[in-house]
Design a binder for this molecule. Structure first.
Ligand code: UDP
Ligand code: MG
Length: 315
């Protein structure tokens, strides 16, 4: 018999968090009843996988998938979603930044008929400004530019109805920005507010590089506005050029004594337009590179071990 609730948790070098995570999740799912925990080991180099095997031995509700290497958070979640058996699916981080005690509240909204309930951060405890400020700006920029409405300050912590997950599972894209994809599905969506706790233990796995890559994915996957920037800047530059031409002609004809100083202006103009062109090519490259990645159509991930699943689905 299939469980009613599935919890999907990506795990990357979280050995220090897993015991406490299990302890707190167990208290929650004991009350919920009929739940499965799907922990996805994303190529951890510490004892995480070993701990997952042990938990699976102890508690049959705990299942795990182990990816053959580190594929990244969004892909780890995707792998977990491919295997869920429940009717309501909850995605949360392994570092206890998303408090498991909030799950009953998410479930309550689901029972009221919402297909997607996302947890929205009101505060982030003890995260550095270096992380909070760019995140703050990014979410607002994305909201301006994206074709679908992606709610502000929401992470991956959410509850999805089975039907939403079925649709996500049918989306073939490799550059996955799950926060955007789940909003894209539509239907009835709502949020609950929460304060994001600090990490329980261990180090942040989302390095600056990974966060930037995720942000770029979000923007490129959900907006074509960046592509238009070069058109706008090009039009602007053309307008300025015409204006300058008229001005120079005027000087030549009617004010021959005015000095036509030009060296600095020319240099600045060359550099500026050169910069605009390079940035435009870079933006174009972001899109073209993604087309190339998608067109190859490689599987999203490779499994090396599973626990608690009898059939291995095609990946
Ligand atoms: N994670 C993962 N693969 C990665 C990076 C992170 O599975 O390559 C997992 C990590 O174990 C954690 C979650 O994704 O459960 C969020 O990572 P982290 O706490 O480092 O990021 P942040 O809280 O800053 O979003
Ligand atoms: Mg975290």
């Amino acid at each position: 018999m299939n469980p009613k609730y599935s919890l999907v948790i990506p795990v990357y070098n979280e050995e220090t968090n897993i015991p406490e995570l299990y302890r707190r999740l167990k208290a929650v799912i004991d009350k919920l009843g009929e739940a499965e925990l799907i922990l996805v080991n994303d190529g951890s180099r510490d004892r995480s996988l070993w701990l997952l095997r042990e938990l699976h031995q102890q508690d049959s509700r705990v299942c795990y998938l182990s990816l053959s290497r580190n594929f990244g958070h969004q892909i780890a979640v995707t792998a977990g979603l491919n295997f869920v058996r429940g009717q309501a699916i909850i995605v949360l981080d392994a570092d206890l930044q998303d408090p498991p005690e909030l799950i009953p509240k998410l479930v309550e909204k689901w029972q009221q008929g919402y297909q997607l309930v996302y947890a929205q951060r009101t505060r982030r405890h003890r995260e550095s400004w270096l992380k909070r400020l760019p995140a703050y700006i990014f979410y607002r920029l994305l909201r301006q530019l994206a074709d679908v409405e992606i709610p502000l300050d929401t992470g991956d912590f959410c509850l999805m109805d089975r039907r939403v997950v079925d649709i996500l599972n049918r989306m073939p894209e490799r550059n996955r920005y799950i926060r955007g994809l789940r909003s894209w599905v539509g239907w009835r969506q709502t949020s609950i507010l929460y304060e994001r706790d600090p990490r329980f233990a261990g180090e942040v796995k989302y390095t600056l590089g990974k966060s930037l890559a995720l942000a770029a994915n979000g923007l490129v996957s959900f907006s074509r506005v960046p592509l238009r920037i070069s058109t706008y800047v090009g039009l602007l530059a053309a307008a300025v050029a015409v204006l300058m031409a008229v001005l120079v002609l005027y000087w030549r004809l009617f004010a021959p004594s005015s000095p036509l100083t030009g060296f600095a202006t020319i240099l600045i103009a060359i550099f500026f337009l050169g910069a605009v062109q390079l940035v435009s090519i870079g933006i174009l490259g972001e899109y073209v590179g993604r087309i190339y990645e998608e067109i190859k159509g490689r599987p999203l991930y490779v499994l090396s071990e599973v626990g608690g699943f009898t059939e291995i689905k095609s990946q």
